[in-house]
Design a protein around this ligand. Structure first.
Ligand SMILES: [Ca+2]
Length: 231
């Protein structure tokens, strides 16, 4: 057991050295152990990766509390015991989209802009009305509930400023509270820059789950999501 712990510690130490190049594995809250003040997490078995880009000065999807808000719409096809959301800007140097990743048109057009970035802030919300895939296009008139928010996380790589201002959020599904359970349905990741500053530049967003979610999809608009889910 001690040898396994030592190996795990070494892995964590090695992981922190390559932070700027690519992201560490996305670890779950479920099954987390704390050893010598360090959190040891098992990686999520399903991780969706989305590459996005916001043009400087772009019109936001919504203005909320004076902040420019953008959304990523998410179809969750099966009840999940936990979901993790994280967002990093700019895209870490060593990361390139893989075939299975979701890549927005704006990211493809602006891939050469590796310098613009923003101080991320995220929230995860679920539609109270869209519970089946054929209703996704009606999501614009939906009421939404929030599962929580995150501004800054020390577990993610620092931004070019040297500050650890990227965001991670983990939600455990509640068995007793229907409003806090992670049921099948339409979700959205809301993101902005909570402190002063524009939302601009490239980013990578990931959604992790401790079980496989075949058919999970993400898109910047409801129309695109509805098309992806039909495929
Ligand atoms: Ca932040």
């Amino acid at each position: 057991m001690k040898k396994i712990l030592l190996a795990l510690s070494l892995l964590i130490a090695a992981g922190t050295l390559v932070h700027a190049q690519k992201l560490d594995k996305f670890g779950a809250d479920l099954g987390k152990k704390s050893i010598m003040g360090k959190d040891l997490r098992l990686p999520y078995s399903d991780v969706l990766t989305y590459y996005g880009y916001i043009k400087p000065g772009a019109t936001p999807d919504e203005t909320r509390d004076g902040k420019k808000f953008y959304y990523l719409y998410l179809w969750i096809p099966a009840a999940a015991p936990e979901l993790g959301i994280r967002m990093v800007s700019p895209v870490p140097e060593g990361m390139k989209p893989a075939e299975s990743d979701f890549v927005s048109a704006s990211y493809k057009e602006n891939e050469s802009d590796t310098k613009s970035y923003f101080d991320t802030w995220v929230t995860l919300e679920r539609s109270l009305t869209v519970l089946s895939a054929d209703k996704i296009s009606t999501g614009a008139s939906s009421k939404w509930i929030s599962y929580g928010t995150n501004d800054d996380s020390g577990e993610l790589p620092a931004q070019p400023s040297g500050s650890k201002y990227n965001s991670v959020l983990r939600i455990t599904s509640s068995l007793s509270d229907p409003l806090n359970s992670l049921v099948v349905g339409l979700y959205r990741i809301g993101f902005t820059s909570y402190k002063a500053g524009e939302v601009q530049g490239g980013f990578v967003a990931q959604v992790g789950a401790p079980i496989k979610l075949p058919g999970i999809c993400i898109a910047p608009t409801l129309e695109e999501l509805a098309k992806l889910v039909k495929k």
